[in-house]
Ligand binder design. Sequence first.
Ligand code: ZN
Length: 188
Amino acid sequence: MNDIEFYREFIRRIGDDPARPGLRRTPERIKESYAFLTSGHHIDLETELGSAVFEEEYDEMVLVKNIDFFSLCEHHLLPFFGRVHVAYLPQGRVIGLSKIPRVVDAFSRRLQLQERMTAQIARCLMDHLNPLGVGVVCEAMHLCMAMRGVQKVSSFTTTSAMEGRFKSDARTRQEFLHLISMPEVRGA
Ligand SMILES: [Zn+2]
């Protein structure tokens, strides 16, 4: 059975008719959607991050706030989505800022758990940057909770992963949590 036949059969099994006009191209679309939504495994972080790490004597916290992400819960294959805030304390090396959202893409575009994704983002930056510490906070809504199960539509789940100074030093952690709670500064 090829992919298209498989998704046609899937539609049949959930009780609909894959031959009706509205569903005729749906198997192709499902295939393409899932290929994109699980493409995180194919993002080559070694190459992408390797070319974007620079020696720099900046030693204050670097924070990228409000990185949107979309993922799929591995228990129901339903979306969970929200925002990730990532901070690190450099130790002689900084990374191109656009690479941090790429790390989020790599770990969110796969079958995931929010807790694991949060920890993987932090661990990845620790491994590639060797910073003094990394802090990651993730706020997400889970459609498996909102649309089914307990049907809680407006509940958010927050997870965090603190490494190095963010774990050992309460002031660093407080500064991070304070900065992510502040409204963003917008130019003009
Ligand atoms: Zn779920």
